[in-house]
Design a protein around this ligand. Structure first.
Ligand code: N2P
Length: 365
């Protein structure tokens, strides 16, 4: 081979590898979603159907997601903040508007849910609902019966009343490490507006939480699923579907652990987790394909059947297990809806107070 021929063949080999490499690299979508929030076969099926590889990464806190998004350059193509966080992230310019022409399956979405999510994302221009649920009380039925003399929890009093929580200290109490979920619950328990931005009222919520602080073993937003399922703890203030996943894991383990979930009568927060595409997402076309896939009725129903949260896709309901669709703690009936409130994003000043308050509560000082 002459030198020139050698050079040419090396170049074409390089070009071939480079082009193949680039093509393979194009077909990637980087997804950042909550932990315990998908049936992983959905990811595999998406890749089989589209050829797009999914790099799937998880978090368990809106604050963690927000820090990454505000820093920019996260590399994520699809992220799933809760509505109250999404709202201020939209304001901060973190997301791009969705190209609805690439999302024909949007016609499957549920107007009732879209009306509610429009409160955070006017016109639903930046986001699609993934799942929604409540913040309530998960508990070990037998252990609570033994400690409190009842196997039915219907009030926040079991948690916020120090005399009651003291009785559960030894069997173990976990609480979400999530100020925007717990402080509104404390305000609601006190008969105040869960959306209060009054420093005095937030101080009252802090006082209430500090009184029960000695009886809380851990603040964590995902470990309570296994801790409840294994019988390591007897109560967790947590998210509905996670508690139901704990119940299923306990049933599968057949160790006699029975898990209950309560939407307390004083009221509970209803939240919406929204799929959105960061403004600087590297794979925008693939992100739209992913969102469109997740809006297929059979696909999102499979996810709800697995994670035990309601979704915002009306057409998926025919594929959702009857027991899930008819469980008012998952798909609330009118009476349960009456008890649910939503939360608004905190303004910067209130956010600072909330962050300071939360540090005091978690550290117990
Ligand atoms: C998933 C919990 C997501 C609910 N494990 C919080 N938005």
């Amino acid at each position: 081979m002459t030198r020139k021929a050698l050079w040419l063949s090396a170049t074409s080999a390089f070009l071939a590898v480079f082009t193949l490499g680039a093509r393979a690299e194009d077909r990637v979508v980087n997804v950042f979603n909550w932990s315990d929030y998908i049936d992983s076969s959905i990811i595999d099926d998406f890749t089989k159907e589209t050829g797009i590889k999914v790099v799937y990464d998880t978090f368990d806190s809106n604050e963690i997601l927000e820090t990454k998004l505000l820093a920019g350059g996260s590399g994520y193509d699809v992220v799933v903040p809760s509505g109250n966080f999404l709202a201020r992230q939209i304001q901060a310019g973190v997301f791009q508007k969705l190209d609805k022409s690439k999302l024909p399956n949007i016609s499957n979405m549920w107007d009732t849910v879209m009306e509610r999510t429009a409160k955070y994302d006017p016109g639903n221009e930046y986001s699609i609902n993934y799942m929604w649920g409540t913040v309530g009380i998960g508990y070990n039925i037998k252990k609570v019966q033994a400690a409190l003399g009842t196997d039915k929890i219907d009030s926040w009093d079991v948690f916020f009343n120090p005399e009651s929580l003291a009785k559960l200290k030894d069997c173990g109490v976990y609480v979400l490490d999530s100020p925007a979920d717990i402080i509104p619950a404390a305000l609601k328990y006190l008969g105040l507006d869960p959306n209060s931005t009054s420093p005095d009222e937030i101080a009252k919520a802090e006082e209430t939480l500090l009184k029960v602080r000695p009886y809380i073993r851990k603040f964590h937003s995902s470990e309570y699923i296994n801790a409840l399922a294994n019988g390591d703890i007897c109560l967790a203030v947590g998210w509905s579907g996670d508690v139901f996943q704990a119940r299923n894991r306990a049933d599968e383990a057949k160790q006699g652990v029975e898990i209950g979930y309560s939407v307390p009568k004083e009221g509970a927060q209803m939240w919406f987790d929204q799929m959105a595409i960061p403004a600087d997402a590297p794979h925008v076309a693939e992100a739209h394909e992913f969102l469109n896939y997740m809006m297929k009725p059979e696909v999102i129903a499979k996810s709800s059947n697995y994670v035990l949260y309601a979704n915002g896709n009306k057409a998926s309901q025919q594929f959702i297990d009857k027991a899930i669709l008819e469980d008012p703690a998952i798909y609330p009936d009118a009476a349960t809806l009456q008890k649910l409130y939503t939360v608004s994003p905190y303004d910067p000043k209130t956010q600072r107070i909330i962050t300071r308050t939360w540090t005091k509560i978690v550290t117990g000082q």
